[in-house]
Every structure is written in C-alpha cells, then in structure tokens.
Ligand binder design. Structure first.
Ligand code: HEC
Length: 134
C-alpha cells in the first residue's frame, strides 16, 4: 500500500516537473536539470534524515554533495566505519546502485542502517539527482 502510494508519488513527481523543481530549489538551492533528477529529489527524502547536501554539514551520515565519483569514506570530518574506510570504493553509478539496493551487502560492517531501494527507476532518479548536485 505504502509502496503503491510512493510509486504514484514518483510518477506524479516526474510529471509535475516544474513543481518538484521549485520544491528542490527551496529545499536545497538545487536546480534539477531534468525530470529524472527532479524525481530523484523525491527519492532522496528517504536519505535526508541522515544525509545533508550542504558540504559544510555532516549530520548522522556524511554529506552527499558531490558524492558521485568521490572515493568512499573520504570526507575528513566524518567518522566512518573501519570497513567503509578499507573498502576502496569509488561512488560510480554501479556502486551507488548496489549501495541503495542493499548497502549492508556491499560493506557488511557499515554504520549506515540497511536501505533497500530495489526499483531500478527509483535508483535511476536518485543517481541522477546525486550526479547532478555538484
Ligand atoms: C539511518 C541513517 C541513514 C539513512 C536513512 C541513509 N544513510 Fe547513507 N550513510 C549513513 C551513515 C551513518 C553512513 C556512513 C557509513 C559508514 O561509515 O560505514 C552513510 C554513508 C553513505 C554513503 C557513503 C558516503 C561516503 O562519503 O563514502 C553513501 C553514498 C550513502 N550513505 C547514500 C545514502 C543514500 C542514497 C540514502 C537514501 C537511499 C542513504 N544513504 C540513507 C546513514 C544513513
């Protein structure tokens, strides 16, 4: 039920690009360059209680501004898990996809609570958002 509602919301998000764009701009000063990225803003609601997009701010998790192609565990002022530090991951599209699909399967000792975004469309939106928020 919740899943269906979410799916409907995402579809709506993609359709009402102008609306979500305005919302994103208000939220983080982010201008979505396309409708996929705008839909990604909606998916990011599931991350933002722990992750900021403000480069000056780490909250419960490290900030994710410019995380695309960043080396894992590389922010100087965040206390990462030993396992993520040892991982040698660079956050390219494949790793980001695997991470949001099941982060604890990628790095078993991570401090990030398990997330599971398995819908490839939702993954696409989210990755487009992270990629374009530099
Ligand atoms: C309950 C809090 C929480 C939620 C929700 C959460 N994360 Fe995290 N995230 C963390 C923590 C804590 C870490 C640090 C993990 C470690 O050190 O092992 C992290 C690490 C990451 C990293 C690695 C960053 C780096 O600098 O190497 C990425 C990428 C990431 N999260 C993406 C996401 C995305 C995308 C979502 C939403 C789908 C999400 N997270 C949801 C807490 C959270």
């Amino acid at each position: 039920m919740i899943k269906k509602t979410m799916a409907a919301l995402f579809a709506l998000g993609a359709l009402t690009f102008a609306n979500t764009e305005a919302q994103a701009e208000e939220m983080f000063g982010y201008k979505a360059p396309n409708s996929k990225a705008a839909a990604g803003v909606q998916v990011f609601h599931r991350c933002k209680k722990c992750h900021s997009m403000d480069p000056a701010k780490n909250t419960f998790g490290p900030n994710l501004r410019g995380v695309y192609m960043r080396k894992a565990a590389s922010l100087p002022r965040f206390e990462y898990s030993e396992d993520l530090k040892k991982s040698d991951i660079v956050w390219d599209e494949d790793f980001l996809r695997a991470w949001v699909e099941g982060n604890t399967l990628v790095v078993s000792g991570t401090r990030m609570r398990h997330v599971q975004i398995t819908d490839p469309a939702e993954q696409d939106y989210l990755i487009e958002f992270l990629k374009t928020f530099k």
